[in-house]
Design a protein around this ligand. Structure first.
Ligand SMILES: [Zn+2]
Length: 103
């Protein structure tokens, strides 16, 4: 913020608030991303079957099908990049990107 203040010596209270909010939202998104990715280091193949993500339709453990990246919007308006293992169901053929919204 020091640099921003130097570049905006005449900033109004509202402008300062907006600039601080923007940085907080960016920091928030970064923290969310870090926390989310912490849980993504373990390979499904190393997990016991009962702990693997399950099919939302029939409940069978999903088979890993590589990784996919999605962008999830935070409430602060920033997009968080999430790379997760994408799975398909061996039973019904459904494809799933295990999300947090559904759990
Ligand atoms: Zn299924």
């Amino acid at each position: 913020m020091t640099q921003w203040r130097k570049e905006h010596p005449q900033a109004t209270w509202a402008e300062i608030e907006a600039a601080v909010d923007e940085r907080i939202n960016q920091l928030r998104a970064q923290l969310i991303q870090d926390v989310v990715q912490m849980g993504e280091t373990q390979q499904w193949s190393e997990m016991p079957q009962e702990e693997r993500p399950r099919c939302a339709t029939c409940g069978k453990p999903l088979a890993a099908r590589g990784k996919q990246t999605r962008f999830i919007q935070t409430t602060g308006g920033e997009a968080v990049k999430v790379t997760r293992i994408y799975g398909t169901c061996p039973q019904c053929g459904g494809g799933f990107f295990p999300a947090f919204m559904s759990s």
